[in-house]
Design a protein. Structure first.
Length: 556
């Protein structure tokens, strides 16, 4: 990663090496001496002063699932424990730290009994692995694909909300169960059923239009259904979804997003219709809770209506403030990107039709919020016109998903719910995946006492070009390889000014936002490969030819 003198290399295993670039100081931890086949899947914040990593090791015919614990101050491993998970018809759903331990949730399916089950194993803070799995919930269904599980934690990491979406057979309607789970006691507190399909529903029409054509399309899990959910510390669950409206003799579908509030003491959710323009489709959102315990939701929208002879398309951001007690909308703002911002994004109202937007963070700062997401382009090519299970193109053929990530978009929302400003931080990363598409975050965001920081890899020539006042977005090059790039940061001030600097050069140990490229082990889109450390510090994972080490970065 960083060039150091020879005698520093000798001390690296004992001391942390410190280097300073502009406003970020980088301390490299000792080499972890991990197996090269031991892939980092995600980092997980744990109890104060410690963090965990979830790794997957695939070698030969075997697969090992590992939970590792690390000391924040020294960035040294405390333990590495294997969690034994059956390999037949099983899949890890998520890994969470809650109730003082790490939970590894995985699903299994018994075809003979038509039974899907969500199981878990735990790893304690001292490294004790549960001797046997616990079955959390079982669901009757004659197809594996008719059952979908998801897990989220509350703010205090004391409880979990498990979402179970299911139907028994093809001809039946979907239902959704929410289970409130006390993590410390490992006990289900309650289960509530919602008669809705609260899962992401693949958009087959867009897939069909792209088969073998190599044209731009939406992400492979884009939805006309579920948008996201949150569990608060009062055991209330908030979730959002799109309702498809009647066509009214029109060819194109129209939508109305809604938020439902499921109070802990009630079995009947309260529905809040957002009543946005029905021609706008929301793909996902982020929830937050403000100081008055009310709900803030925000995200990107895009016009989905095709108009003959017209290339214009509206793209923008929105936010709503919802009273958590009454369910009333107390404020909202919808901001369409103007031509100035579209130009800065190397876009136009015409080009915007081929771009997609993914919201990644909503970060509170006092009474204000920062909404942060990424813009990307996706090209899908296929060797034939067949369709595979789960949205893969090709039966007996193969599909290639080419992602070009370009620009992180940051919006500041004030206490009144107004958008004070919207700015972009240029980013150019290219990723090619085969077999299955997946959106990976190419950056991470951290709010400190010094300001909002974005960290990502960038082409060296882009760093030089961005330093010049006359740069144009079309001048920037796309970075396809990590080695040889720069790990950079963008500092965004409270008034929306953006400053770019180099944190370090990716020469040996590199910041690698994507570790696990095997579709069987893709991490969730919200998984992180960094953790927040003590004030104004973050710890990131870096690797060199499969070997890893951590680096602590302090914002000065």
């Amino acid at each position: 990663m960083l060039k150091t003198k020879k005698y520093f290399l000798i001390l690296a295993s004992i001391l942390l090496v410190t280097n300073s670039f502009a406003q970020v100081k980088v301390n490299e931890g000792p080499p972890l001496n991990n197996d090269e086949d031991n892939k980092m899947n995600r980092m997980i914040e744990g109890e104060n002063g410690f963090f965990y990593a979830y790794r997957i090791r695939t070698k030969g015919k075997g697969t090992s699932y590992l939970i590792e614990k690390f000391d924040e101050s020294k960035m040294k491993q405390i333990f590495s424990k294997e969690v034994e998970i059956p390999t037949e018809r099983t899949k890890v759903v998520d890994v969470k730290f809650a109730g003082g331990k790490v939970f590894v949730f995985y699903r299994s399916y018994d075809k003979d009994k038509d039974l899907a089950t969500l199981n878990y194993k735990t790893v304690s803070a001292t490294g004790e692995v549960s001797s046997k799995a616990t079955s959390l919930v079982s669901t009757k269904s004659d197809h594996y694909e008719f059952v979908d599980y998801a897990v989220t934690e509350n703010q205090s990491m004391s409880k979990l909300a498990i979402k179970n979406v299911y139907k028994a057979s093809k001809d039946e309607a979907y239902k959704s169960d929410f289970l409130l789970f006390d993590a410390a006691a490992e006990k289900i507190v309650w289960t509530k059923t919602i008669n809705k399909m609260l899962k992401k529903d693949f958009d087959w029409s867009r897939l069909m239009s792209s088969l073998g054509l190599g044209v731009f399309m939406g992400k492979n899990d884009e939805t006309t259904g579920f948008l996201g959910y949150l569990l608060n510390d009062n055991d209330d669950i908030y979730y959002a979804y799109n309702d498809k409206l009647k066509k009214e003799d029109r060819k194109e579908s129209r939508y109305n997003a809604a938020v439902e509030i499921l109070k802990s003491e009630s079995n009947t959710p309260q529905t809040v219709k957002l009543n946005m323009n029905p021609e706008f489709l929301i793909y996902d959102i982020q929830f937050a809770i403000n100081k008055d315990n009310n709900i803030v939701i925000a995200g990107f929208f895009k016009d989905v209506i095709e108009r003959t002879g017209r290339d214009l398309v509206d793209v923008g951001v929105f936010n709503y403030l919802i009273n958590s007690k009454s369910g009333t909308i107390e404020g909202k703002a919808i901001k369409t990107f103007d031509s100035k911002l579209l130009t800065a994004l190397e876009s136009s109202q015409k080009k915007a039709r081929s771009l997609y937007y993914k919201v990644d963070y909503i970060i509170p700062e006092g009474d204000n919020f920062y909404l942060i997401g990424e813009q990307y382009r996706l090209t899908v090519t296929s060797s034939n016109s067949g369709m595979g299970i789960g949205g893969n193109i090709g039966m007996g053929g193969s599909s290639t998903y080419e992602y070009e990530y370009q620009d992180v978009i940051v919006s500041k929302i004030n206490a009144k719910g107004e958008f004070e400003w919207i700015v972009n931080s240029p980013l150019r990363n290219g990723i090619t995946l085969r077999g299955m598409g997946h959106v990976f975050k190419q950056y991470f965001a951290e709010l400190t006492t010094k300001g909002l920081y974005l960290f990502y890899n960038e082409h060296p020539k882009n760093v030089e070009r961005l330093a010049q006042s006359d740069y144009e977005p079309k001048d920037l090059k796309t970075q396809y390889f990590i080695h040889g790039s720069n790990m950079v940061f963008s500092k965004i001030t409270p008034d929306g000014k953006v400053k770019h600097e180099v944190a370090y050069k990716n020469e040996t140990y590199c910041f690698a936002p994507i570790q696990e490229r095997d579709p069987n082990f893709y991490p969730p889109e919200d998984a992180e490969i960094f953790i927040s450390a003590e004030s104004d510090n973050v710890i990131v994972y870096t690797e060199d030819k499969g070997k890893g080490r951590f680096a602590k970065m302090k914002m000065d």
